[in-house]
Design a protein around this ligand. Structure first.
Ligand code: SAH
Ligand code: SF4
Length: 375
């Protein structure tokens, strides 16, 4: 595939990949005073500029030098799709080496006391190495890790869109429009904890009080269950939310749909989650993709309840009806989901249902790229 981004761009330093101290260091190497770093951060993350020419508090000479040596997230949006209700927007991004990844913006109207939310679902890798059978990304195989800048750029793209055109839910014309990103979830393509350093760096960049200033509590890392990385994450100063993709209550079944279970079986995974809870005092969300006839029976619900009951109020199950992919899985009927949740409740395990989004625009993980590849 030919890239529309010139090779010139790829040799430049991507400023979106740098933390503030790294930007200070980089400027020092260019013979610039380090206080410029905060100014530049402010332009990048508060003003959301895409061009050095807009950084008008910098001298003309510095702006030109920056334009020669640096870039602001070298990604190209190849496609943008919006669901009919405009609550879900999906972009297909081309990276400098021609790889394609997806990001999704999910918009939620205000509910009760809480205001509207705008959540970006971010990709952390091109493809994925873990091959879960129900996941479109998993069936593509692994291409490469995304850089911190490529992760940050996905969030900034949607932040700029909302800044330009704040969103109000159709049918709620009097509600306050939302003009900024409130949450990010690493639930796009790839396994974020397999790309640990770049993901953590991207989260630090987005968390910086001198820049985008998104609170760690508004960030969620979703993992297939990489035990050593979960333990490492529990020691990080940045306390983000943790979601575990569980999807089966026994090793036998989990091993069939999620090959990673052979390396990190449930006992080890649950022990790591328990230690995570003890260390951080935070709740863990367990994602459970419901596959009709495979993992959604009352027996499975009892097994899941038994597995998670020891974690008490620190475990929450997010039931996700599977988004149909090529693998032929089907979502359960609403009745089966109700029964499943009622059984979890009897075991003292709280749960919710994630309403699936954007069926009309192939919003499930990896689906747009799969479809696009066939065009
Ligand atoms: N690799 C990470 C994060 C990306 S996947 C992980 O597995 O957690 C984000 C979530 O989407 C995971 O819970 C994943 O299991 C789920 N998912 C994958 N394929 C899906 C599908 N076809 N329908 C619904 N959810 C799916
Ligand atoms: Fe990879 Fe997550 Fe998909 Fe599994 S569900 S294949 S870990 S992206």
């Amino acid at each position: 595939m030919t890239s529309r981004i010139s090779s010139e761009t790829t040799k430049k330093t991507d400023l979106l990949a740098l933390t503030l101290p790294q930007l200070q260091q980089w400027l020092k190497e260019q013979g610039e005073p380090s206080f410029r770093a905060k100014q530049i951060y402010n332009w990048l993350y508060t003003h959301l500029v895409t061009d050095f020419a807009e950084m008008t508090s910098l001298s003309q000479a510095l702006r030109s030098r920056l334009a020669q040596q640096a870039c602001i997230g070298p990604i190209v949006v190849r496609r943008e799709l919006r669901s009919k209700d405009d609550r879900t927007r999906k972009i297909l991004l081309e990276l400098p080496d021609g790889k394609l990844v997806e990001s999704v913006l999910m918009l939620y109207p205000p509910l009760g006391e809480s205001g509207a939310r705008a959540t970006v679902c971010v990709s952390s890798q091109a493809g994925c190495a873990f091959g879960c059978t129900f996941c479109a990304t998993g069936q593509m195989g692994f291409d490469r890790h995304l850089s911190a800048g490529e992760i940050v750029a996905q969030v900034l793209y949607f932040a700029r869109e909302l800044r330009k055109a704040p969103w109000t839910a159709v049918g709620l014309p009097n509600s306050k429009p939302i003009d900024h990103i409130t949450n990010i979830v690493l639930m796009g393509m790839g396994e974020p904890l397999h790309n640990y350093d770049n993901v953590l760096r991207a989260l630090h960049i987005l968390n910086s009080a001198d820049g985008f200033n998104l609170g760690a509590r508004h960030m969620t890392v979703s993992t297939v269950g990489l035990v050593p990385a979960i333990r490492k994450l529990s020691q990080e100063p940045l306390q983000v939310n943790l979601a575990i993709s569980l999807h089966a209550p026994t090793d036998e079944l989990r091993g069939q749909t999620m090959p990673v279970n052979r390396k990190y079986p449930l006992a080890e995974l649950l022990a790591a989650c328990k230690d995570y809870i003890v260390t951080t005092g935070r709740q863990v969300t367990f994602e459970y993709v419901l596959l009709a006839g495979v993992n959604d029976t009352p027996t499975h619900a009892h097994q899941l309840g038994d597995l998670l009951a020891p974690l008490a109020q620190f475990a929450h199950v997010n039931c996700i009806p599977v988004n149909a992919t090529a693998a032929g899985y089907r979502p359960p009927a609403p009745d089966a989901m109700r029964t499943f949740r009622a059984i979890l409740f009897k075991h003292g395990v709280s749960s919710s249902i994630r309403a699936e989004r954007g069926d009309d625009i192939a919003a499930a993980c990896g689906q747009l790229r799969t479809r696009f590849g066939k065009l």
